[in-house]
Each structure stands twice: as structure tokens, then as C-alpha cells.
Design a protein around this ligand. Structure first.
Ligand code: CA
Ligand code: CA
Length: 273
């Protein structure tokens, strides 16, 4: 920090600020470093497992709220070169079998910074273009921020993410667990050897979303009041202590993230290796 103030004053201010942060947010809200998966793996940016009630829950924009069909997972290529998602698999906590929610990506290239969204798709007629496990969509979907949108086309309501306790697992084509996102105490437990594991609140209102590839998955409505944003990464929050301090004193909100701009899809995703 560049300042002309005496060091002791700076330390005192920082110490007070840190204490204020802990009191206001608790230790859990302080960001912990979490390395995103290395090349060539994508990163999980958003998960909707507890579909909101009523019309607000129509995440896949087919005009109908479906408790499982509107669930989705948002992935991003956070690298500076293309990756191919062929053979990557998304599942819930269940072992392979009739109860398992499972989706395997077809041969599809994801450009740097590009996003793929996978809906459960139960009883859904999602506005196209929509890909499946058999074939990628031929272009991005303007209804979802230009992302490549897929449907698992799941036929049973039993194959979905549970609201109280479950896990979402992303596996590489060789079977290795790339990312685990879990909530509650899922049974069976998710693999313990994933490259990254993130715990999120169960029964969260709306989705959980990262603002950056190495950020925490936080309830979407704490970011901007929206319940989800398939295909869109909300604008990352300013991180300077002065911004946080002034926001805290101004509003007393229990959130460390700023209110994003009206058009978060214009924010370029952060790219890093
Ligand atoms: Ca729907
Ligand atoms: Ca999103």
C-alpha cells in the first residue's frame, strides 16, 4: 500500500480493519486461496441445484419451472488457449446406475474465456441451439450470454441434484476427479482426491457462482440479487480495502462483493494459467 502515514498508524488501521472484517463477516467469509484446475481442465463457475419455486426458477427459459429440469452447471475455459471437453463427465454423488445423474461431453472445443452450460433438461424444451452428449451445438446461444448450451435430456426426476445433500463431480476423460462441489453430507461421499473441492451451503436460494476461477462459490443473490446467470459471469468485485470499508460503513451488507453493473456479460472473464 502506498501511503505517507507513519507505519504504526497504518498497522493500527489495518489491524482494526481486519478485526472489523472478522466481526462483520466471520472467518469463513475471508477468501481462502484455491487454485483452479490446471490446463487443460475447465473450471466449474456456477451450479444451480436448488431450483427456486415458481416462475423465478425457469433457468433454462423454456417457460416452465421444473424442479430438476432447470438445474444447471456452468463451466469455463479459464486458460489462454482452447481446450476440448470430449470425454469430460459431470455426475452427482451416486455410483454408476439408474439413480446417477450423468452427462458426458461430446467433442467440443471451448475457446479461451468461453463458457459451457449444461442443463438437466428434464421435460425441457430449451430454446436452441442446444447440444447433447451426442453432438455439440453449432454455435453459442444468445439467450445464455453466447455460451455453448447443452441438455442432459434426463428422463427421470430421480436423476438430479438433491437440495439438502449432494455432490457435483467433474471428471477428466481419464476418470480423475477435477472438481468436486458438495453441500450437506452426501452419501456416498464424493471422491477425496479431486484437484479442488468446494463446500457450499445446502438449500441455498438460487445458484452458487464464482466471480473468478480461483474465487469461492457464493450464493448468486449475494452478488447482484439475481438467482442465477447461466452463461454469464457477473462482474468481479473491486477488491481494495478502501472500497470494502466504505461499502461496509455505508450499507452494513453482509457481503464482500460489490453490486455488478447492469450488463455483467460484458465483463471479460479473467484468464490465467
Ligand atoms: Ca424451465
Ligand atoms: Ca453464471
Amino acid at each position: 500500500m502506498k501511503t505517507d502515514a507513519p507505519t504504526s498508524v497504518v498497522n493500527s488501521r489495518n489491524g482494526f480493519f481486519l478485526c472489523a472484517l472478522v466481526v462483520a463477516f466471520g472467518w469463513r467469509a475471508l477468501p481462502a486461496p484455491a487454485a483452479p484446475p490446471p490446463f487443460p481442465h475447465p473450471v466449474i463457475m456456477e451450479v444451480l441445484f436448488n431450483v427456486p419455486m415458481g416462475p423465478d426458477g425457469d433457468a433454462n427459459q423454456d417457460g416452465v419451472r421444473d424442479a430438476t429440469g432447470d438445474e444447471f452447471i456452468e463451466l469455463m475455459n479459464h486458460h489462454n488457449r482452447p481446450i476440448n471437453l470430449a470425454g469430460y463427465v459431470l455426475t452427482d454423488r451416486h455410483e454408476e446406475g439408474p439413480r446417477q445423474m450423468r452427462f458426458e461431453f461430446p467433442d467440443v472445443e471451448l475457446a479461451p474465456g468461453a463458457i459451457a452450460v449444461v442443463f438437466n433438461g428434464h421435460r425441457a424444451a430449451i430454446p436452441g441451439p442446444i447440444g447433447t452428449s451426442d453432438a455439440a451445438p453449432d454455435r453459442g446461444n444468445d439467450r445464455f450470454g453466447g455460451a455453448l448450451v447443452f441438455s442432459m435430456e434426463i428422463a427421470s426426476r430421480a436423476r438430479a441434484l438433491a437440495n439438502a445433500a449432494d455432490a457435483l463431480i467433474l471428471r477428466a476423460p481419464d476418470g480423475r476427479a477435477v472438481e468436486v462441489v458438495f453441500w450437506g453430507s452426501p452419501d456416498p461421499a464424493p471422491p477425496a482426491d479431486a484437484m479442488r473441492t468446494s463446500e457450499v451451503p445446502s438449500r441455498v436460494r438460487g445458484s452458487v457462482q464464482r466471480l473468478t476461477p480461483d474465487g469461492d462459490l457464493i450464493p448468486h443473490d449475494q452478488i447482484d440479487g439475481a438467482l442465477f446467470s447461466p452463461g454469464v459471469i457477473p462482474r468481479p468485485a473491486p477488491q481494495s480495502p478502501d472500497t470494502l470499508e466504505s461499502r461496509e460503513s455505508r450499507s452494513g451488507r453482509e457481503s464482500r462483493v460489490a453490486i455488478p453493473a447492469d450488463h455483467p456479460e460484458e465483463a471479460p472473464p479473467r484468464r490465467e494459467e
